[in-house]
Design a protein around this ligand. Structure first.
Ligand code: 5GP
Ligand code: ZN
Length: 117
């Protein structure tokens, strides 16, 4: 069920502490940790503790937590002193989503091209 932890979900396991991660921030509703395969000097994933498949499902089901994700993304950027950065929610396999637990990529610390590939 949406919002409930999923046994087979990697990010639910990180939330539960069953899979290690380099956690940089944690709140009552969110966890932020460094991506295992960073694409930039700062590449942090901000996730809700509740399980939703993607950002749109999260926004529909728990809008306050969706707002928390954006606030925490800004906090990550502040901590890493990023003047410019990008927040990305890959949504759907055609857009590169590989983990089906909503997550924001916070990417910065180098020049970023627009549009992305
Ligand atoms: P997506 O492709 O779904 O938008 O993003 C998933 C991200 O999760 C990828 O950037 C990938 O490198 C990252 N990732 C996958 N497995 C792990 C893991 O076990 N630990 C961490 N920290 N990141 C992971
Ligand atoms: Zn999950």
């Amino acid at each position: 069920m949406a919002g409930e932890p999923q046994d087979d979900c990697l990010f639910c396991k990180i939330v539960a502490g069953h899979v290690p991660a380099t956690i940089v921030r944690e709140t009552d509703t969110t966890v932020a940790f460094r991506d295992i395969n960073p694409q930039a000097p700062t590449h942090v994933l901000v996730i809700p503790k509740v399980h939703y498949e993607n950002a749109a499902e999260l926004a529909a089901g728990d809008p306050a937590v969706a707002a928390d994700i954006l606030r925490e993304a800004q906090a990550v950027a502040d901590e890493d002193k990023l003047e410019s950065y990008r927040i990305v929610f890959n949504t759907g396999s055609g857009a590169g989503q590989t983990v089906w637990h909503a997550h924001a990529h916070v990417i910065g610390g180098r020049g970023l091209q627009w549009p992305p590939g």
